[in-house]
Design a binder for this molecule. Structure first.
Ligand code: HEM
Length: 538
C-alpha cells in the first residue's frame, strides 16, 4: 500500500502498520526488490552446493533467527483485546481526569495474563491473573496495571525478586512450569507471613477463574485522585465483571489443562468474535485523604490489605467493553508495554512502598524486552495525545526529528514551546507534605499484622468455598518434598483459623500446631466491629 503518513524525508513513519510489509501485489525482499522464487536456494547446479551470495536465502533465515524477543520476566503468558471505556461522570467530584467525564469514550487495550508460567504454559493453572488496561486518553495514556486478586504477597518492592525467584521453576530442574506447588514457593510464603493473605486468595476459587470475562480486577495499591479544585481523595480501583465472578473447580481445571491449554485465550477471542462483548464496570472505594493514610484502622499504604466493601462501597465510575480481537498477537499482545507510572492529570500515586518499586521496574524491564528505549513508538504503545518530547536517537528510533539540539529553553529553535502552567491541563504532582524523617530501612508498625485480613477472608467464605480452599492447600502443600516447610505453613494456618489448620494438617497426615498469635485483630475499629459475623473473628 502507499504510505499513509510520510516524513519530511519521504519515508513512511509507520503510522499505518499495514504499510510495513505484506501489502504489495508481489513478493519482494525487505528492500522491495521483486522476487521470482522463494522456495529454492541459489546453487551451483541443481545438485551442487548452496551459494553464500544468495541474499534472499540469508535475509529470510537471518530474520527468522531473530523472530523471538524475550518473554516478560513475569506475566509472560497473556491474551488481550481492544475495546472502549465510557465514563459515567460520577467521578467528577473526586478526579479531574477528562476520560472519566460523562459519556467520554476512550479506546483501550486490555491484557490478561498468568504470572508465573512461561509463554507456552497452560491457562487454567492456579495462579494470580494480571488485568492490565491501557486507556488511550486525550490527555495522554493512563495504565491501570492490576490483578484479579486485591492484595499482594509483599509490602516492599525490594522483595519482588525474592518472591518471583521462589515461585518460578527451580534452577536445576525447571520444575514446576506453571504451578505454585513446590518447596521454594511454600518456603518463601511460610517464612514471610505478609504473603498469607494473597496466598489464601490463590488457594481459594479465585486462583482458578472460569474465564477472563468472569474475573474482577483490582488496582491493589491505594491511589490519590485530585479534582479540579485541587482537593484530594484516596481510592482503590475495582473492575466488576458484568457476567459475575465465576471459577472452575480444581478437577475441571486439571482436565482443561490437558485438553485445551489455551482455554482462557480461546474463550476470550471466541466471545468477542461472536459479538458477546465482555464488560466490566470500573469502580472506586473512596477514603478521606489524611496524613496517616489509614481508614478505620486499616493501613491504606499496606498492599496486603483490602478495605471491606461493607464499610467502603465500590462506586461505579465507568464501563469497559472489549469489542475487538488483536490483528496480530506479536505486534499487539506481546509488544504492549504497561507501566503504573503512566498517569494522567487527576490521578496520582501514594507512598505505598511496593508501588514505588513498580514505578521503576516496568520501564527498566521493557528496555531489555523491547530492545532499547524507543518502544513507545511501536503502534500499540503510541499515545493518542500529541507528543512533543525531547527524547532522541537510541535503538529502533523510527522518528526523523528535525531542528537543532533538543534542549529548552532554546533560542535557536523558534523559542521555548508552550509549557502548560498550573491550570492548563499539565500533569502536576499533588504537593503532598512529607514529614521530617530519618533515613531508615524499616517498615511501619502498622505493616506487622499479617493475620487479621486472612482471617477476615476465611470468615467471608461459604462452606463449599472453604472446602475448596482446604483441598487446595492440602494438594499444593502435599507436593512439597520438605516436611519442615509443610509444618511451618501449618503454623501459619493455625494463626488464621483452627478448623482450617486442622483439616489441612489431617489431609497431610501431620500434627496440628497451636496458634502463636491471638486470634483477634490488632487494630479493631467501631466500623469494622459492626461487620458482625466476619469481623472481628470469634
Ligand atoms: C508485569 C514487576 C507487582 C501487575 C510485570 C513485569 C514486571 C513487573 C517487570 C513485566 C513487564 C513487561 O515486561 O512489560 C513488578 C514489580 C512488582 C510488581 C517489581 C512489585 C514490586 C505487581 C502488582 C501488580 C502487578 C502488585 C498488580 C497490582 C502486573 C501485570 C503485569 C505485570 C498485570 C502484566 C502486564 C502485561 O500484561 O503486559 N510486573 N510487578 N505487578 N505486573 Fe507487575
Amino acid at each position: 500500500g502507499s504510505p499513509a503518513t510520510v516524513s519530511p524525508t519521504g519515508q513512511p513513519t509507520g503510522a499505518d502498520p499495514s504499510d510495513l510489509g505484506q501489502a504489495g501485489p508481489y513478493l519482494t525482499t525487505a528492500q522491495g526488490a521483486r522476487l521470482y522464487e522463494t522456495d529454492k536456494s541459489l546453487k551451483a547446479g541443481a545438485r551442487g552446493p548452496v551459494l553464500l551470495q544468495d541474499h534472499h536465502l540469508r535475509e529470510k533465515i537471518t530474520h527468522f533467527d531473530h523472530e523471538r524477543i524475550p518473554e516478560r520476566v513475569v506475566h509472560a503468558r497473556g491474551a488481550a483485546a481492544h475495546g472502549v471505556f465510557q465514563g459515567y461522570g460520577t467521578a467528577a467530584q473526586v478526579s479531574k481526569a477528562a476520560f472519566l467525564a460523562k459519556d467520554v469514550e476512550t479506546p483501550v487495550f486490555v491484557r490478561f495474563s498468568t504470572v508465573l508460567g512461561s509463554r507456552g504454559s497452560s491457562d487454567t493453572v492456579r495462579d494470580t491473573r494480571g488485568f492490565a488496561t491501557k486507556f488511550y486518553t486525550a490527555q495522554g495514556t493512563f495504565d491501570l496495571v492490576g490483578n484479579n486478586i486485591p492484595v499482594f504477597f509483599i509490602q516492599d518492592s525490594i522483595k519482588f525478586p525474592d518472591i518471583i525467584h521462589a515461585g518460578k521453576p527451580h534452577p536445576d530442574r525447571e520444575i514446576p512450569q506453571a504451578q505454585s506447588a513446590h518447596d521454594t514457593f511454600w518456603d518463601f510464603v511460610s517464612l514471610h507471613t505478609e504473603a498469607t493473605h494473597h496466598t489464601m486468595w490463590n488457594m481459594s476459587d479465585r486462583g482458578i477463574p472460569r474465564s477472563y470475562r468472569m474475573m474482577e480486577g483490582f488496582g491493589v495499591h491505594t491511589f490519590r485522585l485530585v479534582n479540579a479544585e485541587g482537593q484530594t481523595t484516596l481510592v482503590k480501583f475495582h473492575w466488576k465483571p458484568k457476567l459475575g465472578v465465576h471459577s472452575l473447580v480444581w478437577e475441571e481445571a486439571q482436565i482443561i489443562n490437558g485438553m485445551d491449554p489455551d482455554f482462557h485465550r480461546r474463550d476470550l477471542a471466541d466471545a468477542i468474535e461472536a459479538g458477546a462483548f465482555p464488560q466490566w464496570e470500573l469502580g472506586i472505594q473512596t477514603f478521606p485523604d489524611n496524613p496517616e493514610q489509614m481508614y478505620e484502622g486499616i493501613d491504606l499504604l499496606d498492599p496486603t490489605n483490602i478495605v471491606p466493601e461493607e464499610i467502603a462501597p465500590v462506586q461505579p465510575i465507568g464501563l469497559l467493553t472489549l469489542n475487538a480481537n488483536p490483528t496480530n498477537y506479536f505486534a499487539e499482545t506481546e509488544q504492549v508495554a504497561f507501566h503504573p507510572g503512566h498517569l494522567v492529570p487527576g490521578i496520582d500515586i501514594t507512598d505505598d512502598p511496593l508501588l514505588a518499586g513498580r514505578l521503576f521496574s516496568y520501564l527498566d524491564t521493557q528496555i531489555t524486552r523491547l530492545a532499547g528505549p524507543n518502544f513507545a513508538q511501536i503502534p500499540i504503545n503510541r499515545t493518542h495525545a500529541p507528543v512533543n518530547d525531547m527524547l532522541r536517537d537510541g535503538f529502533h528510533q523510527d522518528a526523523v526529528h528535525a531542528g537543532v539540539a533538543p534542549y529548552r529553553p532554546n533560542s535557536l529553535d523558534g523559542g521555548c514551546p508552550f509549557l502548560a502552567g498550573a491550570d492548563t491541563g499539565a500533569y502536576i504532582e499533588v504537593p503532598v507534605e512529607v514529614p521530617a524523617a530519618r533515613k531508615v530501612r524499616e517498615a511501619p508498625a502498622t505493616f506487622s499484622d499479617h493475620f487479621s485480613q486472612p482471617r477476615l477472608f476465611w470468615k467471608s467464605l461459604t462452606d463449599v468455598e472453604r472446602e475448596h480452599l482446604i483441598g487446595a492447600y492440602t494438594f499444593e502443600l502435599g507436593k512439597c518434598y520438605e516436611q519442615a516447610i509443610k509444618e511451618r505453613q501449618l503454623k501459619v494456618l493455625a494463626n488464621i483459623d483452627p478448623q482450617l489448620c486442622e483439616q489441612v494438617a489431617t489431609g497431610l497426615g501431620l500434627p496440628v500446631p497451636e496458634p502463636t498469635v491471638e486470634l483477634t485483630p490488632v487494630t479493631p475499629s467501631p466500623a469494622l466491629s459492626q461487620l458482625g459475623q466476619v469481623w472481628p473473628p470469634d
